[in-house]
Design a protein around this ligand. Structure first.
Ligand SMILES: Nc1ncnc2c1ncn2[C@@H]1O[C@H](COP(=O)(O)OP(=O)(O)OP(=O)(O)O)[C@@H](O)[C@H]1O
Length: 302
């Protein structure tokens, strides 16, 4: 079953095509939508919420049409916008209760539900203080809480880790993972950092200039970009030559060799070649998957 599907979806602004003939499907679970700044992620989310009309093509969310059933979609979908949009002089509790009531919950149920979601996102006593005094991490949690308060089946999270320090980023990612696994809510989460989404997503979609570059289960994704970085004290060239002779794909980056991992045998060959050549191994490091690598590989393959 698809959570959402687009077919030839296009959005043109006067000077730029933000979404370009995009055909993609998303299943249940946590899906990452990755692209550089300006790739079209926020525009796509606004179209999927029925807030922005597409110029061409079609899209369905939870089997509802985005152009004619936007209000129904928004009843079933939570949305955490990218930009700072919180009123500074009300508390998190007041805001989330208010938004729950706007979604149709009676006052008592809205209060209970708001308390529940604020607890889930980790806002304790501070939820009674005005939002203006919150840290970025706390504000992101309030935005997440309001996206969850009406008990949605699906949530769209637009750059939820923006502006967070490494610890805040980790906490937010774990929270998103829990929403997907424990609460059974499907998630579409955007980021310009592929690395962080790899940790929590079942599926990743990569877009560039509004076009689909790739849509894959996370396993296929990491496999395709898997490399290992090797550094030896001296003898980088002979090691590269030896590995290439053994059928490995090797490229030299300064003092480092980047070797494509074809399987467990790649590690064995690096170990054996280093020992045979009597080299001192300084570093053997799992390649880090960066969005630039994916772009480079996909573009090279076109
Ligand atoms: N309302 C608009 N009018 C004109 N151009 C727009 C509008 N909204 C977005 N764009 C343009 O469309 C392109 C895609 O923008 P979008 O915000 O969707 O990208 P994004 O991937 O979400 O990036 P970011 O994370 O930086 O917001 C950009 O070139 C942007 O300038």
């Amino acid at each position: 079953m698809h959570i959402l599907a687009t077919e030839g979806l296009t959005k043109r602004f006067p000077t730029v095509t933000a979404v370009d003939q995009l055909s993609v499907t998303v299943g249940p679970g946590v899906t990452g939508l990755v692209g550089a700044n300006g790739a079209g992620k926020s525009t796509l989310i606004k179209i999927l919420l029925g807030l922005l009309p597409p110029t061409g093509g079609a899209a369905r969310v939870l089997d509802l049409d985005v152009t004619s059933q936007g209000a129904e979609i928004r009843r079933l979908v939570g949305y955490m916008p990218e930009h700072e949009c919180l009123p500074p002089d009300v508390s998190a509790t007041e805001l989330v209760v208010h938004l729950a009531q706007m979604s149709g919950l009676p006052r008592t149920a809205a209060r209970e539900r708001a308390a529940d979601v604020l607890r889930h996102v980790g806002l304790a006593e501070e939820r009674y203080r005005p939002i203006g005094g919150y840290s970025t991490g706390m504000k992101q949690r309030v935005k997440l809480a309001q996206a969850l308060v009406h008990d949605p089946r699906l949530i769209f999270l637009d750059e939820p880790t923006n502006g967070l320090d490494p610890r805040g980023r980790d906490e937010m990612l774990m929270l998103i993972k829990r929403i997907g696994t424990e609460f059974g809510i499907s998630v579409l989460v955007t980021s310009h950092l592929l690395g962080e989404l790899e940790r929590i997503c079942d599926h990743v979609i990569v877009i560039d200039a509004g076009r689909l570059l790739r849509s894959s289960a996370i396993g296929e994704f990491t496999q395709a970009t898997q490399t290992v970085t090797v550094e030896v004290d001296e003898g980088t060239e002979p090691l590269a030559a030896r590995l290439a002779e053994r059928g490995q794909t090797v490229s030299q980056q300064g003092r480092m060799l980047v070797v494509k991992v074809l399987g467990p045998e790649t590690y064995d060959m690096i170990r054996d070649a280093t020992a045979d050549l009597d080299l001192c191994l300084i570093r053997l490091e799992q390649g880090r998957h960066r969005i630039e690598d994916v772009f480079r590989e996909e573009v090279a393959g076109v």
